[in-house]
Design a protein around this ligand. Sequence first.
Ligand SMILES: Cc1cc2nc3c(=O)[nH]c(=O)nc-3n(C[C@H](O)[C@H](O)[C@H](O)COP(=O)(O)OP(=O)(O)OC[C@H]3O[C@@H](n4cnc5c(N)ncnc54)[C@H](O)[C@@H]3O)c2cc1C
Length: 408
Amino acid sequence: MSNIDIIVIGGGPAGMMAAITAGEQGKKVLLIEKNKFMGRKLRITGKGRCNVTNACEAEDFFRNIVRNPKFMYSAFYTFDNNSVISFFEESGTPLKTERGNRVFPVSDKAGDIVDCLNKRLRRANVEIIRDCVKDIIINDGKVVGVKLTNEEKYASKVIVATGGISYPVTGSTGDGYKFALRSGHRIVEPRGSLVPVECEGKLCRELQGLSLRNVSLSLKKGEKEIYSDFGEMLFSHFGITGPVVLSASAHIKDNEKYTVVLDLKPALSENELDKRILKDFDKNINKDFVNSLSELLPVKLINPVIELSGIDPRKKVNSVTKEERMNLTKIIKNLTFKVKGLRPVDEAVVTSGGVSVKDINPSDMQSKIVEGLYFCGEVIDVDAYTGGFNLQIAFSTGYLAGLSAAEN
Ligand SMILES: Cc1cc2nc3c(=O)[nH]c(=O)nc-3n(C[C@H](O)[C@H](O)[C@H](O)COP(=O)(O)OP(=O)(O)OC[C@H]3O[C@@H](n4cnc5c(N)ncnc54)[C@H](O)[C@@H]3O)c2cc1C
């Protein structure tokens, strides 16, 4: 007989939260992490600042989940964003809320979030071992333990919190999908989401390094707009990235044709933009057209926009026609890029797909197929936009899995 009640596989945010919760219920918990340190991915979240959750209303949380929001109801209402905030603040890690309700540690250090979770693991008497789980052991439809590199560990409850397949250097190598598949669960093909977008043509390469703060992005399939957003983005040698692009990528499927249309002046209508251009022309009345746009556009964009407008850059501004100006406003408000595809899943912020929600009970995170087996975090087929929602998913499902495994 083993003296372990619950084994948790994976020391990311979901697994740590599951282990803490079960440990705090007085259970003997063993957490197995293959990396030397806990929360390797967590340390690089939010550009090293860790956007730990989003201080939004519940409806907004569900609206920001791209795949299977309904599956999250029980988990979120059991341990919501306010619970996450209290969890860290009461453990001595103060948080602050920034633009878009994004919540970060006051210190701006993701490492403080990891330290806080480690402290709570110690306080909950969770035993930790560094090893790689090779498989789960199942007997008569019930989980009985796990196989490690050179030994086996036994417990009647096992929580799989192995993450997805994005940024595999952090340890998220899709092991949980194999365990789930081998034990009869359905897997929704994993793919990258919140991933940079590759574009056709040379324009992005020319604009490489340029970041834009207040653009409006529209993702179109044919003429139909399937997603739009407003915010920041960045050009790179392969295409585009940054928050609005990453969110749009969640809607791009393989083998379909898309265009990304950028409105570089979303606060102005075409008419207002034309008036603004005329004002700039007035200020530069005797100058060449090429020298009249420096207040309107970032330097890197001026030549490409002029080229697309077809207006002779050496033309004096007072001879630019109304028709040419109309064309210029159209380009500024509809800068269009053909999507070539997504960057590889290694570069994705999250994995879309994973263990099918049809095979997991949303009220306790337990498998419907194997008794005593639980899933939490990114290994499940649930993913969200940027803004702290993915970590909230990890914490909510981790908490519920830990609590249910301890109670059942
Ligand atoms: C660059 C980047 C920035 C991000 N920023 C944010 C952000 O600011 N806010 C936000 O909400 N989300 C962010 N995310 C997403 C977020 O980090 C993930 O959704 C979250 O980490 C998922 O948590 P998890 O515990 O399910 O999985 P993971 O964090 O992937 O943890 C899984 C753990 O399991 C371990 N493991 C795997 N297989 C085994 C095995 N066989 N045996 C033992 N251990 C194993 C791994 O080593 C790993 O430590 C970001 C992601 C990336 C890549």
